[in-house]
Design a binder for this molecule. Structure first.
Ligand code: FES
Length: 153
């Protein structure tokens, strides 16, 4: 079964016809040509696919696209300002050297943006707790917390 879906991604309205089983992750990557959101485990265990839906952090691999009717989705491609200026957290990730291979980085940054916006930055432990669903196989956790803490200041 399929159906029509309309939603806004990074400020741009899209109308697509999709199979009801399509994940938001596959919609973004395969239908909307937005590959910045990564597919790690595809089962909710790694956080590589983290995006914001109506401002709230979700794992796009676990979110059915059909549940996003009229939603506002933000992906890593939509974080920079209109004139291409990177988001403050993108800048501090670079400054703090908070990645090695970079595969988990879009998800880390989207989770980190939600962490800051929702005020879970009272301590390093609080940041780590919030970020615990975003795995980094290169082990950059300390530097990721540094970047979020620095941006939140
Ligand atoms: Fe969605 Fe791993 S790809 S949590």
């Amino acid at each position: 079964h399929g159906g029509a879906l309309s939603l806004t991604v990074n400020g741009r309205r899209h109308q697509v016809t999709i199979d009801n089983r399509t994940s938001l992750l596959d919609l973004l990557r395969e239908r909307l040509a937005l590959p910045g959101t990564k597919k790690g485990c595809d089962q909710g265990a790694c956080g590589a696919c983290t995006v914001l839906v109506d401002g709230r952090r979700v794992n796009a691999c676990l979110t059915l696209a059909v549940r996003c009717q009229d939603a506002e989705v933000t992906t890593i491609e939509g974080l920079a300002s209109g004139d291409g200026e990177p988001h403050a957290l993108q800048r501090t990730f670079v400054e703090q050297d908070a990645f090695q291979c970079g595969y988990c980085t879009p998800g880390q940054i989207m989770s980190g943006v939600a962490c800051i916006r929702e005020g879970h930055t009272g301590s390093r432990e609080e940041i780590r707790e919030w970020m615990s669903g975003n795995l980094c196989r290169c082990g950059c956790y300390v530097k990721i917390v540094n970047a979020i803490a620095q941006t939140a200041r």
